[in-house]
Design a protein around this ligand. Structure first.
Ligand code: THU
Length: 161
């Protein structure tokens, strides 16, 4: 038996002011687009912004439904938009933010399990790993070099070969 460690690092910044200009701009777009979320059930407005390989920025929000499981997270709305409207271009960085109408919005959130799987697939299909910037409307910012690191031992197309 061997025991294998799967290392995982998160860069932690005290606030968006510590970020470089392009990361700060992308996070600002994710924060701003939270106003367009459709989250009348959770009141948890999520915004996501993607910087594509050609420098284009695309934004999206979570879209809920009276039939709760039908709702879609901002990350997957964004992946679908990029895949459909930007020829499946690679995403270099995705910023994710939120405004919790009933609480605080000052601690980073990270993608749910389904979104982690979707991010992993999108990274693989575009041969472009996705860097993540995670933060609320204010406070600390986490940067994760590759979204796939959030899902160790990922099940993917390779697993079915
Ligand atoms: N949500 C996202 O859009 N992204 C996340 O990373 C976490 C959760 C949404 C789903 C639902 O509309 C609301 O936030 C509360 O879970």
């Amino acid at each position: 038996m061997i025991k294998k460690e799967i290392p995982f690092a998160v860069e932690i910044y005290a606030s968006a002011e510590e970020l470089n200009d392009s990361d700060a701009t992308l996070l600002a777009k994710a924060r701003a687009i939270t106003t367009q979320a459709y989250a009348p059930y959770s009141h948890f407005n999520v915004g996501a912004a993607a910087m594509l390989t050609d420098g284009t920025t695309v934004t999206a929000t979570n879209q809920e439904n009276a039939s709760y499981p039908v709702g879609i997270c901002a990350e997957r709305v964004l992946l679908s938009a990029v895949a459909s409207q930007f020829s499946g271009r690679g995403i270099i960085t995705m910023a994710i933010s939120y405004h919790n109408i009933n609480g605080e919005s000052n601690t980073p959130i990270s993608p749910c399990g389904i979104c982690r799987q979707s991010l992993a697939e999108y990274g693989e299909r575009t041969h472009q790993s996705i860097r993540l910037i995670l933060s609320g409307m204010l406070g600390e910012v986490y940067i994760i070099e590759k979204a796939q690191q959030l899902l160790p031992l990922t099940f993917s197309a390779v697993s079915m070969k």
